[in-house]
Write a protein that binds this ligand. Sequence first.
Ligand code: FAD
Length: 369
Amino acid sequence: MERAGDVAVIGAGLIGLGIAFELASRGATVRVYERGEPARAASWAGAGMLAPYSESTGDEQMLALGAQSLSRYPEFVDRVRAASGIDPHLHLDGIVSAAFDEERLRELRAHAQALARRGVDCELLDRESTLAAEPALARTVLGALLRRSEGYVDNRRLGRALVAACEAKGVTIVRSATDVAVEADARRVLGVRSHLGFTPASYVVVAAGAWSASVPGIPTQFAPAVRPVKGQMLALAAPVGFLKRTTWIPGAYLVPREDGRLLVGATMEDAGFDERVTGSGLRTLLDAVHMGAPSLLDFAVTEVWAGLRPGTPDGRPLIGPTPIEGLILATGHYRNGILLTPVTAAYVADCIERGDAEALAPWLRMTTA
Ligand SMILES: Cc1cc2nc3c(=O)[nH]c(=O)nc-3n(C[C@H](O)[C@H](O)[C@H](O)COP(=O)(O)OP(=O)(O)OC[C@H]3O[C@@H](n4cnc5c(N)ncnc54)[C@H](O)[C@@H]3O)c2cc1C
């Protein structure tokens, strides 16, 4: 690689690790600074749904970016598995959205028609087919939409795999790093300062998730406008296969895992950097399960946790080069950072390797903190 001899990445979530893995695979020398443990934070707390269509808010460019990342997932996971020896458990067997009232059913019908026009593989299920597909749902269900190409990845396994894959490719991961700061002059980036002292770098990628706005040393006019959006989740010990696919019910989603955990998520809270699990958060989730899939309430609750999504004012990620030469943002992935890891990694690597930032043009807005 011509110009990417030295890249520093700040933040070892899936986004920072994905970029480091991609760059190292292309021959770059990469150093990742993580103030805690790698692959924890939001990347550990998330549900791992790969759901550009189910999660669509009507933003066509976001939908295209998500669909592009989804299509890259199998190949990305193959490469990470080969480099790490860890299988991230990718399941692209569909996501079910269940309707419990006529209005939701109408919405799902309209969504099915819109998806069919785009050539997306989906199917409307009547009540009987819905219950046959997911017997755990309440008998009051009216029907469902199955989007066949979506699914989930076990994001905790993907995180562990990416750490191992990065290290196998020669990436240096500096754990428990303190006083991490970008060093730049008015024109270009110089490197990273940390408890280890100053290390020069031609490129510095800010991938610090919900904390990206406060990474020291980013010139204030370019500090990304990212804020935390809290999500609480819980896990139930259900028999493997009790829920066959990721399933949306009103107010929550249910995501299976190969290890028998069944995840229930997630709240959406504007609570600053508070990561406590609260009674009201759990109640919101359990009320939704009570309505949509009450048989699940017989299973033991084995884990509860919370995480902070990196949100932006317009709900879109901030990815790409800033006017400070060599300073690149890769943050603000909000509800879809696990889905968007492969495409973010590839686009940022293209930008550093070839100076090709064309694909990133829609994603770099100078919305500053
Ligand atoms: C409850 C919940 C459910 C979710 N479900 C899904 C889902 O189903 N599908 C999906 O696609 N997405 C989901 N998301 C969103 C997804 O998890 C995030 O968008 C994604 O993980 C963001 O990754 P990241 O690497 O940017 O941030 P993070 O994973 O938060 O990593 C940022 C890292 O930067 C480090 N850091 C911060 N500041 C500094 C500093 N100054 N110096 C050094 N290191 C620093 C932090 O310690 C952290 O390790 C969910 C999120 C939550 C909270």
